[in-house]
Design a protein around this ligand. Sequence first.
Ligand code: SAH
Length: 246
Amino acid sequence: MSFHAQVLTLYPDMFPGPLGTSLAGRARDEGIWSLDTVQIRDFADDRHRSVDDTPAGGGAGMVLRADVLGRAVDHAVTAQPGAPMLYMSPRGKPLTQARVRDLAAGPGATILCGRFEGVDQRLLDARAIEEVSIGDYILSGGELGAMVLLDACIRLLPGVMGASLSGEDESFESGLLEYPHYTRPQEWEGRTIPEVLRSGDHARIAAWRLERSREMTRLRRPDLWERHGDAQVQSPSGERRETKEK
Ligand code: SAH
């Protein structure tokens, strides 16, 4: 069964966008994943086909209407009942590689893209919708967020990545940032490739890479390092031991 994405948006022309090229595009041509867009405006019921209105209580901007979105969401659920319903939102749970992996292992995803000031809260309260953020900054709409999420899922689908092992070493998969890479030429602007990588000694190379990963994570992402340290000192029973690696 292939991975199916439904995207609810006011701008269906933005899709597949970058997901139509390279790895994702080829995978789509091969039927590994598919995409339908749903035009939110098709679910408006007034003469002007309006989808938004001014915020209750006043203030700047416009808010997407719960009634219009409710119909669009219900339509999407009927079209693909088993798929998780996501709303791209800066107030959502930050997207992680673990969540991406879960989603990629499932039937697909239905993604609601907000615009303007966002959506009427009652929609989020009334439907089973998971709010997902792609980071602590504000986009002008959920579409690019949906593309980010889908791109991260698609590359994990079976048959998408050429060298299938290349997914396993990467940043976050082990809880650490990835080690640095080098390739030919051997010397560039007076800089050489670290000697160990030319040694052919696989054990030494693995140890060097792990050390670089650990160092980079510790220096650049103390938050990840902290969690990684916690994971390493968990006993088999799941209880945390007293000593913690620093
Ligand atoms: N007023 C809102 C921001 C609205 S931005 C607030 O301050 O929380 C308009 C739309 O862009 C949102 O509805 C959401 O769908 C999308 N969006 C903006 N930033 C995002 C982010 N960091 N992650 C995911 N979606 C985002």
